[in-house]
Write a new protein. Sequence first.
Length: 84
Amino acid sequence: MMEAKEEKKFEIIVDGTKKPWMEDRISYWQVVDLRYPPPHKDTELFTVQYSRGPKENPQGTLVNGESVEVKNGMVFDVTRTDKS
């Protein structure tokens, strides 16, 4: 009998939409791309805020270059602005 490989799967919420996520962490750009798929214009700026995270990072703001540990049901809000 073959043993099924158990995949760790989370369901996160990005701007009110449930999204599957398969990794323990998520980066700033991964959240942005889930909400606003690439390509991105050079003039676009994104703000990523999160809540309902694990006790290590229950809430906060993500900036370019950062990532956070993911928890099932974690909520992300992405705001896009254009500095044109």
